[in-house]
Design a protein around this ligand. Sequence first.
Ligand SMILES: NC(=O)c1ccc[n+]([C@@H]2O[C@H](COP(=O)([O-])OP(=O)(O)OC[C@H]3O[C@@H](n4cnc5c(N)ncnc54)[C@H](O)[C@@H]3O)[C@@H](O)[C@H]2O)c1
Length: 301
Amino acid sequence: MSRIALKLKGSKNALDAFTKSNITRLQQHKLFSTGSQSGRLPGKVALITGAASGIGKAAAIRFIENGAKVLLADVQDDLGKSIANDLGPNASFIHCDVTNEQEISSSVEHAVAQYGQLDVMYNNAGIIGTLAPTILDLELEGFDRTMAINVHSMVAGIKHASRVMIPHQAGSIICMASATAILGGMAPHDYTVSKAAVVGLVKSTAAELNQHGIRVNCISPHIIPTPLGVNGFKKLSGINDEKIATKMAHNLWEFKGAQCEASDVAEAAVFLASDYAKYISGHNLVVDAGFTCFKRLNFTP
Ligand SMILES: NC(=O)c1ccc[n+]([C@@H]2O[C@H](COP(=O)([O-])OP(=O)(O)OC[C@H]3O[C@@H](n4cnc5c(N)ncnc54)[C@H](O)[C@@H]3O)[C@@H](O)[C@H]2O)c1
């Protein structure tokens, strides 16, 4: 049994089925070798925050599968190190609390020192926030914390990534927004406001960084049953059973034959990071199967 298979078997935090199947695919495609030139991100260097779980982890896998080298950054050190180890020599881990500008700056420096450049900054880390059910329940201290993790961090990420990208006059910066940024009422106020701010931040910085060949975009998914998505849904709905909560979250919106998964966002991120998206900047790529686009009319009398 391979080192990775053994690790997966013994790990307390066993990677999910998606991770397993993708690591197997990485092995089959021999993408564990350094300097892979295959895939849509050949030779690119990416820093992904919040990469120890959910969407960030899925993105790290897909990026490496597509030929990138990835520095995974997170506050969950053991989990992040274990995932980076499982992903092979094109992955490494750094502790980074995204509320700390110095740690973001150091992570960017680390990526450049280790891999020689930074092509992609994926500001993904985020929290669901206070989960305050009403505006009257919202403690402003909690609001500030949500803004620190979900917004300040992205300002700092864009600032320090562009600091090293501007001299090269190239780069792709991706931020995690949410469908809640588009449609009110889907999440508590602090989370909704923080994600709407990300969309504004992306447009504002994209306008400036265009002149340096740096693209800035965001991704806005519908609910996905990651730890953030499921825990948030459980608290908001009062449903404690994880399986039922996951099913209900998926059932919030229907698209025949598909459910919103972390891998769908990872694919969107691979596209935005790649040269195939070379003329796309300031864009909010919504991954919600039309949820925020339309309402079906009810013609019953
Ligand atoms: N899951 C969803 O339904 C959903 C929908 C839309 C947008 N998003 C956004 O996607 C992003 C990723 O969320 P996810 O669903 O994968 O959640 P997740 O909880 O699975 O992963 C979030 C990761 O961020 C890390 N993190 C939290 N605070 C941090 C900090 N201060 N510094 C560094 N890392 C920190 C966590 O340790 C965790 O590994 C978030 O920005 C979230 O708002 C999620």
